[in-house]
Design a binder for this molecule. Structure first.
Ligand SMILES: Cc1cc2nc3c(=O)[nH]c(=O)nc-3n(C[C@H](O)[C@H](O)[C@H](O)COP(=O)(O)O)c2cc1C
Length: 234
């Protein structure tokens, strides 16, 4: 049993709330895991060349190629992304677009697997967490839990955050001249509710994986859900 963790933040692992929260969820599973950071990886979006249609293998040559085998062999995923403009950041979006390679013919390599989605934002992270769930559903992967948190927006450390009118501190508090200290800058690891949600998500994922996980049953449910969604938007 191996869970693949993915952090889609471009920020250094030490400061990234996404990376650290994904790691918390993985640790809480008590199962084997590998955590991959997309930071510094060069991964472009899907170019719709259809080179993958015949064999479910993407032909674009970039850093996604080396991750393909890990994605295929993992039993489950914990994927986290920062909130950029109320949605997934581009790096995570590009990474997941390339999962189009698994969506051809009977390419059931990922069908029925389980996942936890983690979103972190300067205000909150539910937008990227919801986006992750939506992406994963296209490969019939069930998101068993979503963890959403407030992280440390760069505005707290950019040097202008105390006066900037478009920055998160001002937009959140409406106050000019705020002074930030280590204690007052938000951080996922200082937020007990967020840490508890991460623990619970990890434990739930482990329980679902180890207590009779039936990929065929999950696949059937996810397929029905997608058909219902498609019929609504048709
Ligand atoms: C280009 C950019 C756009 C952002 N847009 C938003 C946003 O719309 N809403 C929000 O809450 N935070 C936004 N943020 C703040 C990040 O989500 C926040 O810093 C988060 O903690 C980053 O996670 P990380 O520490 O894992 O990189 C944005 C940050 C950047 C760099």
């Amino acid at each position: 049993m191996l869970i693949l963790g993915i952090s889609g933040s471009p920020r250094p692992e030490k400061v990234s709330g996404t990376y650290r929260l994904v790691r918390r969820v993985l640790e809480a599973t008590g199962l084997n895991y590998e955590l991959v950071s997309l930071r510094k990886k060069h991964i472009g979006g899907c170019i719709a060349c259809l080179g993958c249609a015949k064999d479910n293998v993407c032909k674009v040559e970039d850093d996604l190629a080396a991750l393909r085998e890990k994605i295929v062999t993992a039993d489950a995923y914990v994927i986290g992304a920062p909130n950029y403009y109320s949605g997934l950041n581009a790096l995570t979006h590009a990474f997941l677009e390339r999962w189009f390679q698994f969506r051809h013919q009977e390419g059931n390599l990922l069908w029925g697997k389980l996942a936890v989605a983690v979103g972190v934002g300067g205000t909150q992270g539910h937008f990227p967490a919801d986006d992750l769930e939506r992406f994963l559903a296209y490969n019939f992967i069930e998101t068993v839990a979503k963890v959403s948190a407030q992280g440390a927006a760069s505005c707290y450390t950019c040097g202008y955050g105390d006066t900037c009118k478009v920055g998160i501190p001002y937009l959140l508090g409406g106050q000019e001249g705020q002074k930030f200290t280590e204690e007052t800058i938000p951080d996922v690891e200082k937020d007990p509710a967020c840490l508890q949600a991460a623990e619970e998500a990890g434990r739930l994922l482990a329980k679902r994986l180890t207590q009779g996980h039936d990929r065929n049953a999950v696949t059937a449910r996810m397929q029905q859900a997608m058909m219902a969604k498609f019929s609504e938007s048709a």
